[in-house]
Design a binder for this molecule. Structure first.
Ligand code: NDP
Ligand code: 2IT
Length: 450
C-alpha cells in the first residue's frame, strides 16, 4: 500500500479497533488508490476525510411482541458522504448488525453510488432486529417504532433509505406509512416502495438483473456468455431470486441456492417453474430453502452455523454469483471454484468474497466483478424511482429496464477503462474503486472539504 494511504489506514484501525468489516472495506479501496495518489497527491486530505462518516445516528427501538412483552433493539443510520447527492442506501434488519457492518456498507455505497452516474450520496442503516420467526404484527410494530425516530433524520432531498437484508417491500411499506404520518407529507423519502404508492417497476428485479448484466459484459470481453453455463448462486432472497431469473433469460442454468440453514444443489437446473416455487416459498410463505429439496428431490446440505456456506462453492460450475452476505466465500472456497473450471465471479451481495478469495481469482486469471460495481443496479434503479417520484409519473417496465441495462454497461466500461488507464488492465476492483473515488473526491475538494 502507498505510504500516505498506509498512514490513513493505520489511523482508521487505531481509531476504531473493533470494526473489522469496516477495516476490510477501507483497506481494499486504499490499496487501489495508490496510483491515483502518486499522480495527484492533492487527494490525500480527501482520503483522510472520506473514511470518516459525515454523521452517525444511533437510537433505541422499543417494540412490544404479541404477548405484550417489551423488546429493545438498536437502530442506526450512517450518513457517510453527501458530496454528490442526498445520502442513499439500504436498511438492514439482521441480528448481526453493528456499527462495523453498517460503516463498511455505507463506505462501499459511496463509491457504488458514484459509479451509477446518478446524483446519489452514500449512506446505510438498520437494526439488530431479527425478522425471522416474527409475526406480521410484530414486524409492523417494529418498523413503525424504528421510523418514529428515523423520520426526523431523513428526507427526499436529505437521505433516502431503501431495503437490504431483512428489509423488502413489506417493511418499506410499513416504514413509509409511518414517515408519511409523522412528516405529514407524501414524498419519495424511501425507495423500493409498492407500485400503488410511488414505487418503480423493475426495482425489485434490479440488483439481480444488474449483476447478471454486468457479468454478461465481463464475459463478452472473453467471447463467453451465459448460454449453456452452469451457475452457482448463493442466497435465496431478493438479489439471488432475480439473478437466477436473468440467468435463465440468458440461457444459463442456475444449480444452487441457499439460506442461512443450508444450500440446495439441483444438477438439472432451476427452471422458471422451480424459481416461481422459490419466490412463493421465500416471499409469501417465508419458508426455508430445505423445502425445495423435498419438493424436487434434489440434494440439500445443512451449513449451520451461519454464515458458513462451505460446500456450495465446491459444486462444478462455470460462473459463480454470491448473493447472500459479506465474507461468505473464503480463499479455500475460491480455490475450489478455480479447480472446478469456473471462469467468472460477480458479486451480487456486498463484500461476499474475502480478500484471499479475490486474490485467488486474480492470480488464476478469472473474471471478477466487485459488488460495488456489479450490484449497483439496485441503487441505480432506486435513483430512477427518485426521479419518477420528483416528476410525479411512472415509466413503463421496458423504459426502466433499458435505463438499468445502460447504467450497468456504462459501469462495466468505466471500471474497465479506468483499470487500464492506471496500468491494471482486467482488474475491476481497482477500476471500480478509482472511478468511484474520483467523482466524489473532485466534488469534496470543490466544496472545500467540509
Ligand atoms: P434478503 O434478505 O432478501 O436475502 C438474503 C439471503 O441471504 C437470504 O437467503 C438469507 O438467508 C441469506 N443470508 C443472509 N445473511 C446470511 C448469513 N449470515 N449466512 C448465510 N446466509 C445468509 O437480502 P437481499 O437479497 O436484499 O441481500 C443480499 C445481499 O445483497 C446483501 O449482501 C445485500 O447487502 C446485497 N445487496 C442488496 C441489494 C438490494 O437491492 N436488496 C442491493 C445491493 C446489494 P436467511 O433468510 O436464512 O437469513
Ligand atoms: O447495497 C445496496 O446497494 C442496497 N441495499 C440498495 C440501496 C438502495 O438505496 O436502493
Amino acid at each position: 500500500m502507498n505510504e500516505a494511504m498506509k498512514e490513513v489506514y493505520d489511523s482508521v484501525q487505531s481509531r476504531d479497533p473493533d470494526q473489522p468489516e469496516f477495516h476490510q472495506a477501507v483497506e481494499e479501496v486504499l490499496e487501489s488508490l495508490g496510483p491515483v495518489i502518486e499522480k495527484q497527491p492533492k487527494y490525500i486530505p480527501v482520503v483522510k476525510a472520506i473514511v470518516e462518516p459525515e454523521r452517525i445516528i444511533q437510537f433505541r427501538v422499543p417494540w412490544y411482541d404479541d404477548n405484550g412483552d417489551l423488546h429493545v433493539n438498536r437502530g442506526f443510520r450512517i450518513q457517510m458522504n453527501g458530496a454528490i447527492g442526498p445520502y442513499k442506501g439500504g436498511l438492514r434488519f439482521h441480528p448481526s448488525v453493528n456499527q462495523s457492518i453498517l460503516k463498511f456498507l455505507a463506505f462501499e455505497q459511496v463509491f457504488k453510488n458514484s459509479l451509477t452516474g446518478l446524483p446519489l450520496g452514500g449512506g446505510k442503516g438498520g437494526s439488530d432486529f431479527d425478522p425471522k420467526g416474527k409475526s406480521e404484527a410484530e414486524v409492523r410494530r417494529f418498523c413503525q417504532s424504528f421510523m418514529m425516530e428515523l423520520w426526523r433524520h431523513i428526507g427526499a432531498d436529505l437521505d433516502v433509505p431503501a431495503g437490504d437484508i431483512g428489509v423488502g417491500g413489506r417493511e418499506v411499506g410499513y416504514m413509509f406509512g409511518m414517515y408519511r404520518k409523522l412528516a405529514n407529507e407524501f414524498t419519495g423519502v424511501l425507495t423500493g416502495k409498492g407500485m400503488s404508492y410511488g414505487g418503480s417497476l423493475i426495482r425489485p428485479e434490479a440488483t439481480g438483473y444488474g449483476t447478471v448484466y454486468f457479468a454478461r459484459e465481463m464475459l463478452s470481453t472473453k467471447d463467453k456468455s451465459f448460454h449453456g453455463a452452469r451457475v452457482a448462486i448463493s442466497g435465496s432472497g431478493n438479489v439471488a431470486q432475480f439473478a437466477a431469473e436473468k440467468v435463465i433469460d440468458l440461457g444459463g442454468k442456475p444449480v444452487t441456492l441457499s439460506d442461512s440453514s443450508g444450500f440446495i444443489y439441483d444438477s438439472e437446473g432451476i427452471d422458471r417453474q422451480k424459481l416461481a416455487y422459490v419466490m412463493d416459498l421465500k416471499n409469501n410463505r417465508r419458508g426455508r430453502i430445505k423445502e425445495y429439496a423435498k419438493e424436487y428431490g434434489c440434494e440439500y446440505t445443512e451449513t449451520e452455523p451461519e454464515p458458513n456456506l462451505n460446500g456450495l462453492w465446491g459444486v462444478e460450475v462455470d460462473i459463480a454469483l454470491p448473493c447472500a452476505t459479506q465474507n461468505e466465500m473464503n480463499g479455500e472456497e475460491a480455490k475450489m471454484l478455480v479447480d472446478n473450471g469456473c471462469v467468472a465471479v460477480a458479486e451480487g451481495a456486498n463484500m461476499p468474497c474475502t480478500p484471499e478469495a479475490i486474490e485467488c481469482f486474480h492470480q488464476h486469471g478469472l473474471l471478477f466483478a466487485p459488488g460495488k460495481a456489479s450490484n449497483a443496479g439496485g441503487v441505480a434503479t432506486s435513483g430512477l424511482e427518485m426521479s419518477q417520484n420528483s416528476l410525479r409519473l411512472n415509466w413503463p417496465r421496458e423504459e426502466v429496464d433499458r435505463r438499468l441495462e445502460e447504467i450497468m454497461v456504462n459501469i462495466h466500461r468505466n471500471s474497465s477503462e479506468t483499470a487500464k488507464k492506471y496500468g491494471m488492465e482486467g482488474n475491476y476492483v481497482a477500476g471500480a474503486n478509482i472511478a468511484g473515488f474520483l467523482k466524489v473526491a473532485e466534488s469534496m475538494e470543490a466544496q472545500g472539504l467540509l
